[in-house]
Design a protein around this ligand. Structure first.
Ligand SMILES: [Zn+2]
Length: 90
């Protein structure tokens, strides 16, 4: 087990060194790679991770939901067509 661990460290170290060397060479030969883009094409902003979709609030009940799931009406966002019909909570 100790021997295995030793070789694992050696191999990982070699891979890491090769990787650093490759990155170093790439930096000198080609312009830096573009930052990774998300599948939906939107760039990461404000440091938000994973779910970068803007959240909106239902103007009737106040629940928060992703904008893509919200109902847009009268310039406001609603959680459902029912709440859009009900309008602002009194
Ligand atoms: Zn609602």
């Amino acid at each position: 087990m100790g021997k295995f661990l030793f070789w694992a460290v050696v191999i990982l170290g070699a891979l890491f060194a090769a990787r650093l060397l490759a990155a170093h060479n790439r930096k000198n030969n080609t312009p830096p790679a573009a930052p990774p883009t998300r599948p939906d094409g939107s760039a990461a902003v404000n440091g938000n991770d994973a779910n970068a979709e803007p959240m909106v609030r239902c103007a009737h009940c106040g629940i928060h939901m992703p904008r893509s799931e919200a109902v847009l009406s009268d310039g406001k966002t609603w959680c459902s067509t029912e709440h859009a019909k009900l309008g602002l909570r009194q």
